[in-house]
Design a binder for this molecule. Structure first.
Ligand code: GDP
Length: 484
């Protein structure tokens, strides 16, 4: 019953032979072979070059992964303070590494991890995940066969989470003060400055090419800006002929839910979603007005009008049927299951009640559910994070999706699912906005704080969204960019 394309895409057909040792990697992770039973086949096909590249990457990761000879040698160089491995005389090509430090909530972490992996693919680096609280291991299966992507706890540099803009190894800082260091730290979070942003420029990539250990703290989906680096452009065009599939394919390749998360997903799916004619996801995420004002230059009021905004978006776009005020059954036509995700129950309750208290014009039966209401973000709490990942995944299994603006939680769901969502317009002044939502241009996530002028110091190019056709301002964030 398994989807051949998916199997072909995720299993190791390295040289056309059956890979027996790979099967243990597949067996330990239930979602890897059961997901095809829950997901519709993707309408997109990965390029054969992407598949080849992933197989090559798997071979590289196996050769260079933790505690291999190459890894041990490169660690020794790091301990001796060598930034590059120019001194090496071995015939084996030396390995280079990208260590990823997580930052922010799960959506941000998944976006930044997938785009860090893309950077690793483009630069022949091995991606290792700093997982000091064990959350990556708890949420995801190991993505690469016969090796691990987890950075060993005995890695000589400790407390990587403390690296920051003031660290001597910080790339922006190195540019300002030209220091000698044994690794480079990339600071790609909201506080990054014009020097840190030079990471996205050609000249800086040439320098980074030979550095053995690059450590990246990122909360962003940096993939769109990698498309502006000239030395990567040819390769990216061959890997992704359809630009909007970058996270769709990399996310589906990397992120298989661990067995406990898979249990949450499948139990919920069987109980609430599997028996209806159509499933609809509504992702509701609200932010503190102060954060919105600072990050997105947007102000909201009390959001009293949000349930009506969601209903207006759903009805105006034929996602949910209109209601009528007369009694009497219209005879059943279609059943629709609506899964709402939110940190609170109040929006869900309103939508549920509307379809309980009223009949629908076309006789459709609407069932509305919400898996959890956690009250607030509790990143780092394992039970909470498992639910968050399960809900992102359940949203990605729906037929139609409504998302909230600015939310990376929604971005992951849409791109994993291959769905172009309707993005809600948040009510500003207690009124339902008109229109209540906008259809996204593509399923790709938005890079919220992209350095559109980042290389100006270097190249004089101003606004890339004006010159590169597949690079646009995000629908929901005027400072952000996305691939279309
Ligand atoms: P963003 O803040 O919306 O961009 O998304 P993130 O995933 O980066 O951070 C928000 C975090 O809050 C999530 O990772 C969850 O921990 C929590 N959260 C937000 N919305 C929901 C939701 O609908 N369901 C659950 N279970 N958790 C949520």
């Amino acid at each position: 019953d398994l989807d051949e394309t998916l199997l072909d895409f995720t299993s190791a057909k390295v040289s056309g032979q059956a890979d027996v040792s790979r099967s243990s990697h597949v067996k330990g992770c239930l979602s890897r072979y059961e997901s095809a039973l829950y997901r519709k086949e993707s309408p997109y096909k990965p390029s054969s070059y992407l598949i080849t590249k992933l197989r090559q990457y798997e071979t590289l990761h196996k050769r260079c992964g933790p505690y291999t000879e190459s890894y041990n040698r490169t660690i020794t160089q790091l301990e001796h303070g060598h930034l590059t491995n120019d001194h090496e005389t071995t015939s084996d090509k030396e390995c280079k590494y990208l260590i990823r430090i997580p930052y922010d909530g799960l959506g941000n972490r998944m976006l930044s991890l997938a785009s860090a992996f893309l950077y690793a693919l483009l630069t022949d680096r091995v991606l290792l995940v700093y997982d000091h609280e064990g959350e990556t291991a708890d949420l995801f299966c190991e993505p690469f066969p016969e090796t691990t992507w987890l950075l060993p706890p005995d890695f000589p540099i400790k407390n990587l989470e403390n690296l920051n803009q003031e660290s001597p190894e910080c790339y922006g800082n190195m540019l300002k003060h030209s220091r000698n260091t044994s690794f480079v730290y990339l600071h790609l979070i909201y506080t990054y400055d014009d020097y840190d942003k030079l990471f996205f420029c050609d000249q800086d990539q040439i320098f980074l090419q030979n550095v053995s250990w690059v450590i990246m703290k990122s909360q962003f989906y940096i993939a769109p800006s990698l498309f502006l680096i000239k030395s990567f452009q040819q390769e990216l065009a061959t890997l992704f002929p359809e630009k909007e599939t970058v996270f769709h394919f990399l996310g589906r390749y990397l992120f298989f839910p661990s067995n406990p998360v898979w249990e949450l997903i499948t139990r919920y799916h069987r109980a609430y979603l599997s028996n209806s004619d159509e499933t609809i996801g509504i992702q509701i995420r609200t932010f503190h007005p102060r954060f919105l004002a600072a990050a997105f230059n947007f102000t909201t009021s009390t959001l009293e009008a949000l349930p009506d905004t969601i209903l207006a978006c759903s009805i105006n776009n034929n996602i949910l049927p209109e209601i009528i005020n007369i009694n009497g059954s219209q005879g059943s036509s279609k059943s629709k299951s609506v899964i709402v995700t939110s940190l609170t129950m109040k929006y869900y309750e309103k939508i549920r009640d509307v379809y309980w208290e009223h009949a629908t014009v076309n006789g459709d039966t609407i069932a509305v559910f919400q898996p959890s209401s956690e009250g607030g973000q509790k990143t780092g709490n394992k039970k909470h994070d498992r639910k968050a990942w399960a809900e992102i995944y359940l949203l990605s299994l729906t037929d139609k999706l409504i998302t909230s603006p600015w939310s990376t939680f929604g971005y992951v769901a849409q791109a994993l699912g291959g769905l172009r969502p309707w993005i809600l317009h948040m009510p500003k002044d207690e009124m339902v906005p008109n229109p209540a939502c906008t259809r996204a241009m593509s399923m790709e996530p938005c890079f919220h704080k992209a350095p559109v002028n980042g290389c100006k110091m270097r190249t004089g190019v101003d606004d890339a969204s004006a010159v590169v056709p597949f690079f646009r301002r995000c629908e929901d964030a005027s400072l952000g960019v996305k691939l279309v």
